[in-house]
Design a protein around this ligand. Structure first.
Ligand code: PLP
Length: 365
């Protein structure tokens, strides 16, 4: 049976009636912008991640730009960011007036390390965007020890845990995306900033609302970037299930290991002290494209997400041109996401693994 790259429908099916009822409540209530569900979700999500404050915004990209601005990042500053991540992690930096400076990652964990960040620091570095890629949790405490503020890009890591706590409560601030396919996804776009710092939270709240508290006085050039009331209501139904879904994602990783996938390809390695809720399950192999073709032929989902890393993207040429990032270039060539979801079964993992085994055997023959 074909196995999809991800399965968002099956986990949500038991919640359908509850979600529809909450949506109906919002429709009847009539408060569609920054109403009671946004306020309640902000409190519930902050409590979940272990931060004091959460601010709902329109998407994970805005969350990054607003958080950086609230951290004081502006023209003339540099922000260190990995090149092996979704484009938005870096795209969010130039709108602040600052310059992205690309750093390398650990090829086993796909995350930045204190060493890769340190190599990119200069006297102009104002912050580091630490991406918890694919659900892994980058070593925030060790990176902060370099003396630079950390903004966690936790878009892919809701539900993961590390020995220092949950993503979202590890750095100066953190950002989330609630894009539908994320570990916690709504039915459209949505995002959040979390932080323990009250003043930083207040600045994000202002910036998301045209730089104003009261629609009378405008203290900053902000923007209009709010989490919709309907999306917040949907997220509130889902949040209590996030940990269960995260366990299912971890189990999917174990199913692949038990099926012997680790003998065929490089499996993703959790950062020390971290228990990832795999958002994407990303393997590495020199013949990744041949494996992808075999999976596609069998009807299984697969995707090479970041074949061209960000520092080689045309829009980033002015900042990425001189960057030497050997691990990034290597994993950009060799990575491949294979199916993962909270409900991926041992049988599905065995089917996918069998297809990969045949592809690897054919590639070396
Ligand atoms: C690592 C990472 N950062 C940022 C984003 C941007 O989030 P959004 O699509 O909600 O703007 C995403 C989402 O795709 C992501 O995966």
């Amino acid at each position: 049976m074909p196995v999809p790259l991800f399965d968002t429908k099956t986990p949500l099916a038991p919640l359908r009636e509850q979600i529809l009822a909450r949506m109906e409540e919002v429709v009847d209530d009539g408060r569609y912008i920054l109403g009671p569900n946004v306020g309640a979700f902000e409190q519930e999500f902050a409590a979940y991640v272990g931060a004091e404050h959460a601010i709902g915004v329109a998407n994970g990209t805005d969350a990054l730009t607003l958080a950086l601005r609230a951290m004081g990042v502006g023209p003339g500053d540099e922000v260190v960011v990995p090149s092996f991540t979704f484009y938005a992690s870096a795209e969010a930096i130039p709108p602040t007036g600052a310059t992205p400076v690309f750093c390398d990652v650990d090829p086993d964990t796909f995350c930045v390390t204190p060493e890769t960040v340190k190599a990119a620091l200069t006297p102009r570095t104002k912050a580091v965007v630490v991406v918890h890629l694919f659900g892994n949790v980058a070593p925030v405490r060790e990176i902060e020890a370099l003396g630079v503020p950390v903004l966690e890009d936790a878009a892919q890591a809701a539900g993961s845990v590390s020995e220092d706590g949950r993503p979202g409560a590890l750095g100066t601030a953190a950002t989330f995306s609630f894009f539908p396919s994320k570990n916690l996804g709504c039915f459209g776009d949505g995002g959040a900033v979390t932080t323990r710092d009250r003043e930083l939270a207040d600045r994000v709240r202002m910036l998301r609302f045209h730089g104003s508290w009261d629609k009378v006085t405008y203290e900053h050039v902000g923007c209009n970037s709010r989490l919709d009331e309907l999306q917040a209501a949907i997220l509130r139904v889902q949040l209590p299930h996030l940990d269960g879904w995260a366990d299912g994602r971890r189990a999917a990783g174990r199913h692949y290991a038990q099926a012997g996938l680790g003998e065929l390809v490089e499996l993703p390695v959790p950062v020390r002290g971290c228990d990832p809720a795999w958002h994407l399950y990303v393997i590495r192999h020199a013949q990744a494209d041949a494996i992808a073709a075999a999976l596609a032929e069998a009807g299984h989902g697969q995707k090479a997400y970041y074949r061209t890393p960000i520092h080689r993207q045309p829009a980033m040429a002015q900042w990425g041109a001189g960057a030497e990032l050997p691990a990034t270039d290597e994993i950009a060539r060799t990575h491949l996401a294979i199916p993962v979801s909270p409900v991926l079964s041992a049988e599905q993992a065995a089917d996918v693994t069998a297809t990969i085994a045949a592809a690897v055997a054919a590639a070396v023959a």
